[in-house]
Design a protein around this ligand. Structure first.
Ligand SMILES: Nc1ncnc2c1ncn2[C@@H]1O[C@H](COP(=O)(O)OP(=O)(O)OP(=O)(O)O)[C@@H](O)[C@H]1O
Ligand SMILES: [Cu+]
Ligand SMILES: [Mg+2]
Length: 743
């Protein structure tokens, strides 16, 4: 990682966060560091992404001062190591749960046998103080991490979920001791002490977070798989000899050898041999791609049949794979609007709950039935435990992570968390024609000469002009010239006219090649060719016209057939209730012919590249939420203007900056999938938030004893512990359900 990158964006691993309250504490601590422009803390994977010009040391110190630990995450992580750490954490939590659960069971057995310290009975002081010591030992063992977290929060003047559990269980223990020691002789102060409640709560909480750790591990499996694709070594050809070197030592421009069945180490261009390469892990395209000389190959993809040599063109962090990993991670850590709301709510939750617990205590103590202290204690403890906002803090990030990961596995790269929320609300989609609806590989299908020019002369002049152009149509003309063994000639004063064509001079002759508008501007009357042009266009072909010295000289017609699944994709979009438009620079007749084939009703033709953004703006002004689908070549402003910009990449071309979503496999079918995924994700987040909120709001009054005066119902604190653990588990499992939902 270079120094500049470090100062622009940094990922920190944060230790010690236990709930959404912690997220906002860490976020504001990092935001307080001078130079920081943007902070996003992800509770689901315990990380922070910090943007701005700043020193990592200061960030770490700020996090420490807030009561947490932080470390910089470096370049390539080791997924195996991470998995191992998570498994170890899972095992420890489970062990802690087992110990606490065992102790709880023992205490309950003792109680059933009436052997527990019980006030007002003859057996009252049996096993006292053994039971107190045993429970304390269990609390310390099973709850050490929670008490430490609570203490840290306290020292920095904060309260979090750990605080609630620490206060709840600690108070239970202390209260039980005091009751037995000092009020032991009072009859029936409370039916029994709360030693077992304290340990059972810890058992549930440890079990809950253990299972949550496991489920969270599954959540990030997508990115782990991606990281795992990166081979560690490569076989380079140096001075005629082939040798295996660590991937870091491969230089730009070096020649690498790939044998059948091997993974490709870096991005490059094939220079010798041919093969088919399985790129499904990057693009989601199940069919292997044929690779010949000049084809690009991508790191992480698997060579199938042949052996070949290729030249490294992108290494390290520049490979498509590295960039995919980077964007997936960024999107997983970016927060859609809905997450901000949840964060704000849960940040005030803990203090509110503590206040409520105190209030509950006072009301019961003041007005409750005898023994009022006992009731006051039980109810306020139950409130503390049940009101943990941990499920609330997980609700959004966990769904976002699952969803972005799922998308990546099917070749959809979501670059912005916001897009994940907005895509589902799109009412209108603008599709670019070339490369989006069509295959984007135009081919010359017919050449006609006029005014004394032969077909060969037309092709020669056209290709001579197009040699200087980067337009896809230019490529088609050049390919045709090569196929007909026509040599382009040198041209002077070359000029490309955006959205119209090209012009230049040759041997003093003025040559113009492009669409009808361009020739009409030259003052050429095309009325006599009207029928011919209309016929070509009606077949969906794009006629390009040649003029020499203001005389019409011929037509080169190009066909760019629609993609095999474009029509099905448009149909599906319409079934989703979306208005679909096609926009193109091409002439209206060709545009309409293509649109009809794809089932698109609305067409805007002859739109200059720079005006495509205006079309999007106009639709937005009509109140539509507009998605723009383009290939990112000359529609970048429109992609940026749209509410969601979707770029259709070809193969592993991921560096389309103006897009919110990049579709790696060039199929339009992925667009409705993005929309479905967005809808499913937002629904999933809402279910999660509802679950967490509903659970909190409905159970707090019951825990506080609101039902007691009417129905005599009080919540057992143990049940509060169980329910709390279950709630976060439910949220995590619900999010993981997204992985199996059909798009
Ligand atoms: N280099 C060129 N050579 C010949 N004709 C050109 C060239 N560039 C543009 N044209 C003409 O101008 C028209 C509009 O070009 P533009 O680049 O705006 O759109 P396009 O690539 O055809 O379609 P889309 O808008 O779907 O990408 C083309 O259809 C073509 O007739
Ligand atoms: Cu909690
Ligand atoms: Mg174009």
């Amino acid at each position: 990682m270079s120094k500049e990158e470090t100062s622009n964006e940094l990922r920190l691993s944060i230790l010690g966060m236990s709930c959404a309250g912690c997220v906002s504490v860490v976020e504001s601590a990092l935001n307080g560091v001078p130079g920081v422009t943007e902070v996003s803390v992800n509770f689901a994977d315990h990380s922070a992404t910090v943007k701005g010009e700043t020193d990592p040391e200061r960030l770490i110190r700020a996090v420490k001062d807030a009561g947490y630990e932080a470390a910089v995450m470096e370049g390539f992580e080791n997924p195996a190591e991470q998995e191992e750490q998570e498994l170890a954490r899972y095992r420890i939590l489970l062990k802690k749960a087992a110990v606490a659960g065992g102790a709880g069971a023992l205490l309950m057995l003792l109680e059933m046998a009436n052997w527990l310290p019980d006030m007002g009975s003859a057996t009252g002081r049996w096993f006292w103080p053994e039971v107190a010591i045993l429970t304390l030992a269990v609390l310390v063992y099973s709850g050490a991490h929670i008490y430490r977290g609570a203490l840290k929060a306290l020292l920095s003047g904060q309260a979090n979920m750990d605080t609630l559990i620490a206060v709840g269980t600690g108070a239970a223990w202390l209260y039980s001791c005091i009751v037995i020691e000092y009020y032991g002789s009072l009859p029936s102060l409370a039916k029994h002490a709360y030693f077992e409640a304290a340990v059972v709560i810890l058992a549930f909480i440890n079990l809950g977070s253990g299972l949550e750790t496991r489920a969270r591990g599954k959540t990030s499996s997508a990115i782990r798989q991606l990281i795992g694709l990166q081979p560690r070594t490569a076989r380079v050809v140096r001075n005629g000899a082939e040798l295996d070197v660590p991937i870091e030592e491969v230089g730009l421009g070096e020649t690498l050898r790939v044998r059948p069945g091997e993974k490709i180490a870096v991005d490059g261009v094939l220079i010798e041999g041919h093969s088919s390469v399985d790129e499904s892990m990057l693009t989601g395209e199940p069919m292997p791609a044929e690779k010949i000389e000049g084809s690009t190959v991508a790191a992480g993809t698997i060579n199938q049949s042949g052996s070949f040599l290729f030249k490294a063109t992108r290494i390290g962090r520049d490979t498509a794979l590295a960039q995919i990993i980077h964007s997936v991670r960024q999107a997983q850590n970016s927060k859609p609007e809905i997450a901000r709301l949840a964060d704000r709510v849960s940040a005030v939750f803990v203090p509110a709950v503590i206040g409520l617990a105190v209030f509950t205590f006072l009301v019961w103590y003041g007005f409750g039935p005898e023994p009022s202290l006992g009731y006051a204690f039980v109810t306020s403890m139950t409130v503390l435990v049940i009101a943990c906002p941990c499920a609330l803090g997980l609700a959004t990030p966990i769904s976002v992570m699952v969803s972005v990961g799922k998308a990546a596995q099917t070749g959809i790269l979501i670059r912005q968390g916001d897009a994940l929320q907005t895509a589902g609300k799109l009412t209108c989609l603008v599709l670019d024609k070339t490369g989006t609806v069509t295959q984007g590989k135009p081919k010359v299908v017919s050449i006609e000469g006029a005014g004394g020019f032969s077909e060969t002369e037309v092709l020669q002049l056209a290709s001579s002009l197009e040699a200087g152009s980067e337009h896809p149509l230019a490529a088609a003309v050049l390919t045709a010239a090569r196929e007909h063994a026509v040599q382009p000639k040198k041209m002077a004063q070359f000029k490309a006219i955006t959205g119209h064509g090209v012009e230049a001079t040759q041997d003093g002759r003025r040559v113009v090649f492009g669409n009808r508008a361009l020739l009409e501007k030259e003052g050429i009357d095309l009325a006599s060719h009207q029928d011919n042009l209309a016929r070509l266009s009606a077949e969906g072909k794009t006629p390009m016209l040649l003029a020499v010295d203001r005389q019409f000289a011929g037509i080169v017609a190009v066909a760019d057939p629609i993609k095999p699944d474009s029509a099905a994709a448009v149909q599906r979009l319409r079934n989703l209730g979306i208005r679909v438009l096609m926009v193109t620079g091409d002439n209206p007749i060709t545009a309409r012919a293509i649109a009809r084939e794809a089932g698109i009703a609305e067409v805007r033709a002859q739109v200059l590249p720079q005006d495509k953004a205006a079309v999007v703006r106009e639709l937005q002004a009509q109140g539509e939420t507009v998605g723009m689908v383009g290939d990112g070549i000359n529609d970048a402003p429109a992609l940026a203007q749209a509410d969601v910009g979707l770029a259709i990449g070809t193969g592993t071309d991921v560096a389309i900056e103006s897009a919110d979503v990049v579709i790696l496999q060039g199929s339009l079918m992925k667009v409705p999938e993005v929309i479905r995924l967005s809808q499913l994700t937002v629904a999933n987040i809402k279910q999660n938030l509802f679950g967490a909120f509903f659970y909190n709001t409905i159970s707090i009054p019951v825990a506080a004893g609101l039902l007691y005066p009417f129905a005599g119902i009080l919540l057992n604190p143990m049940i509060a512990g169980a329910a709390m653990a279950m709630s976060s588990l439910t949220v995590v499992s619900n999010a993981n359900r997204l992985r199996w939902q059909k798009l």
